[in-house]
Design a protein. Structure first.
Length: 99
């Protein structure tokens, strides 16, 4: 199992989403984080099990359970890098320059 690292912008997206959900309802930000954390655990164990993003074959995607977010990641020799924690309503590929 490879360690997961976040691109700085992806880390900021995760934090902003957690804050937004927590402001919406106490505890919801924590539940969002738990869903993302669970998703990352699944990705870490089987990174090639999830679909390749149609716009860049180096990037794969995982849909977060119960929240409208997709984790976009790529794998290299030593790590799995999360390049975006993207809300599904955002413009697809807004983060592409990160790859």
């Amino acid at each position: 199992m490879k360690p997961i690292e976040f691109a700085p912008s992806a880390h900021e997206e995760l934090g902003a989403a957690m804050e937004w959900y927590e402001a919406l309802s106490a505890g919801l930000g924590v539940r969002f984080f738990e869903s993302v954390d669970k998703a990352l655990g699944v990705v870490a164990h089987a990174p090639y099990s999830f679909p390749v993003w149609e716009r860049d074959e180096r990037v794969r995607k995982f849909v977060v359970d119960k929240f409208p977010y997709v984790i976009f990641y790529r794998e290299d020799l030593l790590t799995i890098e999360v390049v975006a924690v993207a809300h599904t309503a955002r413009e697809p590929g807004y983060w592409i320059e990160r790859t």
